[in-house]
Design a binder for this molecule. Structure first.
Ligand code: ADP
Ligand code: MG
Ligand code: MG
Length: 255
């Protein structure tokens, strides 16, 4: 078992008016095999948390720690974090012009594992995963995310998840912009990988909808850069009925 531990994390971003604190003391422990949902209103800092774990340079860690099995994640480069087993499916996946999906996936897999995947198995794995995610075979020769629809980008993120097999998958609003069919396909992909038992999942979402398909073991309500309440799956049901209103103090966040 592996453990990703976030302790009293404070993060700020540089703005023209100076440093703006976004995360104000986040503590969260995720073990492989567990599924956690972070739910919160827009602007509460959910993407900031995801990007800080992944090592995005825009965010400054003012205090606190992130460790993976005791190793200091904050000391690692973005590449080292990926090799250590952290995977971020971004809210807004980036386009990579001039790089085909096939080349990108094989190059990334080789970098992650420190050796090239056996070609015979790899080709079969890619084909199978693409077919399960209902990604047309033509996409293999297209440039990464270039001209992909929102839903296609999310499927391709989950394709990477299934092929790279991270220890911890952080999924930032993977549900946003998906119709019900795409949401099911994407959720099935996450569940397929999660059910192998070797992955911890951190599902970040504004809406409860995806939690009908991906069942969290733990739910954390995120408000104004902090975890405001924690519980089991029943907390998501409550949020579905009540919304975030009771957590919101005027002026701190918008629903
Ligand atoms: P969420 O993902 O929960 O919607 P974010 O982490 O994206 O929240 O944003 C948290 C807060 O940080 C918001 O108030 C947002 O406006 C602010 N923020 C994020 N990125 C920037 C930026 N580059 N410049 C200024 N403010 C930012
Ligand atoms: Mg947002
Ligand atoms: Mg966000």
């Amino acid at each position: 078992m592996s453990t990703l531990e976030i302790k009293d994390l404070h993060v700020s971003i540089e703005t023209e008016q100076g440093a703006k604190p976004i995360l104000k003391g986040v503590s969260l422990t995720i073990n492989t095999g567990e599924s956690h949902a972070i739910m919160g209103p827009n602007g509460s800092g959910k993407s900031t948390l995801a990007s800080t774990i992944a090592g995005h340079p825009r965010y400054t860690v003012d205090s606190g720690s992130i460790t993976l099995d005791g190793e200091d994640v904050l000391e690692m480069s973005v590449d080292e974090r990926a090799r250590a087993g952290l995977f971020l499916a971004m809210q807004y996946p980036v386009e990579v012009p001039g790089v085909t999906m096939t080349n990108f996936l094989r190059t990334a897999k080789t970098a992650l594992d420190g050796q090239a995947p056996s070609l015979r198995h790899w080709t079969k794995d890619v084909k199978e995963a693409m077919s399960q995610l209902r990604i047309d075979a033509d996409f293999a020769q297209r440039n990464v995310n270039e001209g992909f629809s929102g839903g296609e980008k999310k499927r391709v993120e989950i394709l990477q998840l299934e092929l790279f097999k991270p220890k911890f998958a952080i999924l930032d609003e993977t549900d946003s912009g998906l119709d019900v069919d795409a949401l099911k396909v994407v959720s099935e992909g996450v569940n397929r990988e999660h059910s192998k038992g070797n992955m911890g999942t951190l599902l970040i979402t504004h809406y409860t909808r995806i939690l009908r398909y991906i069942k969290p073991d733990f739910v954390h309500v995120f408000v104004d850069g902090r975890i405001a309440e924690e519980g089991g799956p029943e907390l998501a049901d409550r949020l579905e009925e009540e919304g975030y209103d009771r957590f919101l103090v005027a002026g701190t966040a918008t629903a």
